[in-house]
Design a protein around this ligand. Structure first.
Ligand code: ADP
Ligand code: MG
Length: 291
């Protein structure tokens, strides 16, 4: 594109809080045919809230007491939501020790002499926990688009905690706008397949790559590129930085972490997914002007 076209495109973006870091970022955005969006914090607000608690063999407050003790030591957004719920319910705080973070799966710690594990089904399987009837409850929550976290106490399934993370208000519109522009939209998530699929279908997204471990997101982007796609990745977290770097165009949601913002080629200051479609449109307009 000509320097003038680039100046105009950059200016148009800046007015909308869409910051193209350089001319290449602007030009690349014109050629993107696949946009991969991180679920949590990008398509959703990234502020999960506990909606349901199912306790088995102990009462609900006791379950919350044990789980909150573990989650107080974790920095995961799901952990924050569970601790908040426990505090709101006035459950007394107890200490936990021997904390073990299992990235992409959950957390384990010792509370009152009991080994308490909280996380996804995979964590339970790895810990040799028989889910019993709680497995079916978990599946119901997941089918409804909830993130269902399981709890085991001393290796015995003891509960399910369901959490919901509301979609950002413009996510549906953003997906529709990208589809109208002929761009395929893919949802990428560490959450389980059923939950991710339900949320994707509510947003009009037909391709879902779920249960991706934090370290594997970049490899998923590379696979799409090997299939001949020109890929933009939209994310907000520290976990997303390698995938943003791998993509042809890395787009950071502005409310995200510094690492994501530094790595990205484009920053969306308003954290509005609709600005992804606007960025592509500005890129196309910039190239058109030179003809
Ligand atoms: P996301 O892409 O949604 O941020 P992560 O890779 O961080 O997902 O985690 C994947 C899954 O692992 C979560 O959906 C959850 O089921 C489980 N998990 C991870 N950390 C925790 C935790 N501290 N407490 C409960 N569950 C967790
Ligand atoms: Mg995430």
């Amino acid at each position: 594109a000509t320097p003038t076209a680039i100046m105009i495109g950059t200016g148009l973006g800046a007015k909308r809080g869409i910051l193209f870091k350089n001319a290449i970022a602007l030009e690349t955005s014109a050629h993107i045919d696949t946009v991969v969006m991180d679920k949590t914090g990008t398509l959703t607000k990234g502020e999960p809230e506990v909606t349901d608690i199912v306790a088995d063999g102990l009462d609900e407050r006791e379950l919350l007491r044990l789980v909150a003790a573990v989650e107080r030591l974790s920095e995961h957004p799901l952990a924050d939501a569970i601790v908040r719920r426990s505090d709101e319910a006035g459950v007394p705080e107890v200490p936990a020790s021997d904390f073990q973070n299992v990235p992409g799966h959950g957390a384990i710690a010792t509370v009152d002499g009991h080994r308490v594990a909280v996380g996804n089904r995979r964590l339970m399987t790895d810990q040799g926990v028989d889910l019993g009837e709680l497995g079916a409850r978990r599946d119901e929550f997941a089918a409804g688009g909830r993130t269902a976290v399981m709890v085991a106490v001393d290796g015995r399934a003891a509960g399910v905690i369901a959490l919901a993370d509301a979609a950002r208000p413009t996510s549906v519109q953003a997906v529709a706008a990208l589809h109208d522009a002929g761009v395929e939209v893919v949802m990428l998530s560490g959450d389980n397949q059923a939950t991710a699929e339900r949320i994707a279908s509510q947003l009009g997204i037909d391709t879902v790559i779920a249960e991706v471990l934090p370290g594997d997101k970049a490899a998923k982007i590379a696979e799409l590129q090997q299939a001949g796609r020109k890929v933009a990745m939209v994310g907000d977290g520290v976990n997303d930085a390698p995938a943003l770097a791998q993509a042809d165009l890395g787009i950071a949601i502005g409310a995200g972490t510094d690492v994501a913002i530094e790595t990205a080629d484009v920053v969306l200051m308003r954290s509005d997914p609709l600005d992804v479609a606007t960025a592509m449109a500005i890129g196309r307009g910039t190239l058109r002007k030179e003809r």
